[in-house]
Structures are given as structure tokens and as C-alpha cells.
Design a protein. Sequence first.
Length: 357
Amino acid sequence: MAVVTPNLFGLEQAAIEASLGALGEPAFRARQVYGWLYKKRVRSFAAMANLPKPLRQRLADSFSLEWPEMAERQLSYDGTRKYLFRLPDGATIESVYIPEETRRTICISTQAGCPLKCGFCLTGVAGYKRNLQTWEILGQVATVMEDGPPREGMPWNIVVMGMGEPLLNYDNTVAALRVLMDTRGFAVSARKLTLSTVGILPALEKLMLEPLRPNLAISLHAPNAGLRRELMPIEERYPLAEVIAAAQRYPIPSGGRVTYEYVLLKGVNDTVSHARQLVRLLAHTRAKINLIPLNPAPGIPYAAPTREAVDAFCRVLADAQMTVSVRKPRGQDILAACGQLHLKDSTGASDAAAPAV
């Protein structure tokens, strides 16, 4: 039987110090290794040029450096790239790279599938398998950063908006965020990192106390509790009013605003009446509203709104002096747009693992 060595990739600096300390190495060596893993993203100990050669060999004998296996890469006509990763237990996840004129954005997953069963999201419809480990979260970022087309000097944006509810995988997700925001790690500014959640209240309260916090986006999708309950079963556990109240207490980096994401569904939540309800709901809050016309996919029982409905909805919000944007669909042709990521088995079909919260 092959000997499985511990994976150093995915560990925070203190854990790397402990691991190397067990080999008798001082803390400064751990700091060097930490920089090689995340700032320079090397794939082997042999590449850590400022470490003594005997130490590099000892590390190679004692540890591994594992990233998730990239099983497939798809390219959209608009330049978006979708990555399929196959994990050691056979679970699969997807991540997305979105090139833009002034920045580069990576959308990452925190769970294999999603247990929340939001009716308009293919990820939830397709099923749920498990939480991701920290190395599986960070490995998505590392892989996309190394694989994406070179655009020197362009900042990286990270959005935790892929498969899964990140606050249901709190410990592993937040450990990954700390490494991403660490200036000695991936060095992604907190202002350039956004976590999207339906509002898992105990975890959201805990996130507020973290020394480093990302921007916050709340998956809203309805202007009242009754409709939200129909679209998002999680409303039964964490009511809309309580989620919004908690979000308004969240200390956004650099004094920014909470983003409220609202998927527009034809004839369901996209009328002028719904827009007026949304204005009343978010009155007197520090809010940005990001409207997302539904990205259709097989298995989703809703249709995209008309252009006229989107424009009318926007006008109501703008007339109320609310900050509003409409998300441009990216990668629709390869099912890489918002709400289109999903589990796959070895044949490429959707995974039907039973969901559980």
C-alpha cells in the first residue's frame, strides 16, 4: 500500500511552522515555504530555490504538495473559462475565470454541489456531496491564476460565488480566505474578495469577528419572505428580516456597502410591483443591488425575464436613488454563468448525491 504523505498546500502559516518544527526546522524556514506555496505557487519542493537542498529533499520525503486535478477546461466565445476539477474521492467541482477590461475575476466553489435546493440554481437542483477542504478551495485559485492568459499588472478579484454555501463550510472557507488575503500569501485585497451567502446567521455573526473579512453579498432573490420561502427553502431557518439586519451590521472593508443579489425570474419576481417591494425592504440600508437575469439551464423550471422587464425593474430602483447594476451574463454557452455550475460524475452527467444541510 502506498504511503500517503500530509499535504502542505492548504495549511496556514502557523500549521506549516508546526509541521516543519516537528522536523527541527526554525520558523523562518516555514515562512519561506509559505511564500513559495501561495505567493509563487510552485508545484514541487525542488523549486524552492532559497531552501538548502537537503531540506528540500526532507520535505519531499515527508510531505506532498497537492492541488485539485484539473479534469477539463472549457472556453466560451466571450473569453470566459470554466474548469472542472476531479477530487481524490471522485467528487467534482467547477470554477470560472472571467477576463474583464480592467481586472481578472475567479469564481470559486466551497462545496461539491449545494444542499440548499434553491429552485432557480442548477447547483442546488443537481445535488450535494460534501464540503471542500481548504486545499481544494485554494487549489482552484492557484490553478486558475497559473493557467489564465497572462495579463500582467491586472488585479485579481475573487468571488466566492461558485458551487455551495460557503458559510456551511465555515472553518475551511475562512482558513482559505485568510491565506488569500494574507499579504505573504496570495495577497488579494479584502476589497477585491467577495463572499456570497444566503445568510447562515450563526456563521455570519462569527465572520463579523474575523480580523480580516471579505466583502459581503447576500443572495436575496425575493422582496418578501413568502416568495423567498417558495424559491429558497433556507428562508424557513433564517428569515429575510433577520438576514438583512445582520448584513447591515457587517463591517464591509473600506466602509463599502453590502451587495444584494437578485435573480430575476420571468413572471415570478420581476414585476414593477416586486421592484417597489424591494425598495421598501432595503430602504435606509447601505445597499448595492445586483440584478441577475436568470441564466437558463436544463432542469431549472424558470425562464429568463424580458429585456423590457429588466429595464422597468431597474428604473424603479434608480428612481428611488438606489445603487443598482445588472450582471452581464458570461460563459452562458458553456454553462459557466451564475447558477449554472453543477456536479458531474465520470461520464459528465449530473451527480445525484442526496443533499443535506
